[in-house]
Design a protein around this ligand. Structure first.
Ligand code: PEP
Ligand code: MG
Length: 326
């Protein structure tokens, strides 16, 4: 079985009806980029930069340490896009050096995490943005910002990016002036006001892990409620479908980088919703590709409609069954 999958490594990812699909990799360390390329990824869709911060015992990594890590990833990908997410610290990913600060939050998942923390530490954030910009001189870097929900958060982030660019200009340091910046869509409020994101940003990526957590009010790290953590809850499906649809209508690139993207049981569903870019753990790439090669997007787009119209569990199950096997 493994051998048969391995034969798909260099097969282009195209559906039966000729639709091209992009399969990218999620990585946690710069060194993982080489294995992502070897696994057949056409880019990195999510580089979780917080691991650089969490693994750093002596405080936060400085600009050069970050720059070297980002450049390593970018150069390993040999011109393919590398989407680097700004730190997603807090909740399930506390900072070793500042654990106390995060542990005293009444509810860390709803607290000062991700972009909220970055904006509360502007000099730390500017340092990361400069490191990202500097790496963009060595390949195709895109900046992805986690957990945004407020227009102000987007605007402040864009202002800080401009400030970082000016600092590099003043120092005569090269970077890609056309660098793209996008947001993770992982809070239901962001889906409900998507035009605000579409107007301001270059691309979006759906973080299904957190989107499920915040839609269903289920802590993704709490075993006591793990049985209620349901990617196929109709509310979750509506939010994902709506995000893909509205982004496509607006001509803004949209991908999924949460666990759902790497689950071959979800591939047909996401294709049917119109998704054309998936980012996942490299070990999942060939299984998902295999599903795509035997899918017909036109057919799936029809089969997904009854799935999105179903509210009752029985009706939903029947519609999903048809989508999987028809
Ligand atoms: C997500 O929330 O789906 C996601 C990709 O980010 P993380 O799992 O790192 O929170
Ligand atoms: Mg997330």
């Amino acid at each position: 079985h493994k051998k048969r999958l391995q034969r798909l490594l260099r097969t282009p990812t195209v559906t039966l009806d000729g639709v091209q699909v992009g399969l990218l990799a999620n990585i946690e360390l710069a060194e993982d980029a080489a294995s992502a390329l070897a696994a057949g990824a056409v880019g990195v869709g999510l580089f979780r930069s917080e691991f650089l911060f969490m693994n750093s015992r002596e405080g936060l990594p400085d600009e050069n340490t970050q720059f070297e890590a980002y450049r390593t990833a970018v150069e390993s990908m040999k011109g393919l896009p590398v989407t680097i997410r700004t730190v997603d610290i807090g909740a399930d990913k506390p900072l070793d050096s500042r654990v106390a600060e995060f542990e005293t939050a009444p509810n860390p998942a709803l607290g000062l995490r991700a972009i909220r923390w970055s904006l509360s530490e502007p000099s730390m954030f500017l340092t990361q943005l400069r490191a990202l910009l500097r790496a963009s001189a060595y390949g195709q870097v895109k900046i992805l910002v986690p957990m945004m929900a407020h227009a102000r958060e987007i605007d402040q982030t864009l202002e800080l990016l401009e400030q970082a660019k000016r600092q590099l200009d003043d120092a005569g340091v090269p970077y890609d002036p056309t660098i793209k910046i996008g947001a993770m869509i992982e809070i239901p409020a962001a889906v409900l006001m998507l035009p605000m994101f579409l107007r301001r940003l270059d691309f979006l990526s759906i973080g299904t892990n957190d989107l499920i957590q915040y839609t269903l009010a289920i802590d993704r790290a709490d075993n006591a409620v793990a049985h209620l953590y349901d990617p196929l809850h109709p509310a979750v499906l509506q939010l994902i479908a709506r995000t893909i649809h509205e982004s496509r209508e607006a001509g803004v690139p949209i991908s999924v980088c949460g666990e759902m993207a790497g689950d071959p049981a979800m591939t047909r569903l996401l294709l049917g919703m119109g998704l054309r870019e998936f980012s996942m753990h490299p070990s999942q790439l060939l299984q998902v590709k295999q599903e795509i090669l035997r899918s017909d997007c036109g057919r799936l787009e029809q089969l997904v409609r009854p799935v999105l119209d179903a509210y009752e569990p029985d009706a939903l199950e029947a519609a999903l069954e048809r989508l999987q096997h028809d």
